[in-house]
Design a protein around this ligand. Structure first.
Ligand SMILES: [Zn+2]
Length: 78
């Protein structure tokens, strides 16, 4: 069974489980994310293949390349 890990929503600051974050973002984005201000984005869910307790949801611009995303986890490593 998958361990429940919590993550922080950068839009509202709330803490949610891996499973709950996807549901939360559907409503939180409507309240705290402006397509007019931020531009159109696509939703990516990233999870560790061998370490599923590491996960994140990303809003990226459609023209973002995988090469641009590659350094992202390294930049945010604790
Ligand atoms: Zn939120």
């Amino acid at each position: 069974m998958e361990r429940l890990t919590e993550g922080e929503c950068f839009l509202c600051g709330g803490s949610f489980t891996k499973r709950g974050m996807g549901r939360h973002l559907e409503s939180c984005r409507k309240e705290n994310f402006s397509v007019e201000r931020e531009g159109k984005t696509i939703h990516l869910r990233v999870s560790g293949r061998h370490r599923p307790e590491y996960w994140m949801h990303l809003a990226v611009k459609p023209e973002t390349t995988l090469e641009e995303l590659r350094p992202f986890p390294n930049r945010h490593r604790a």
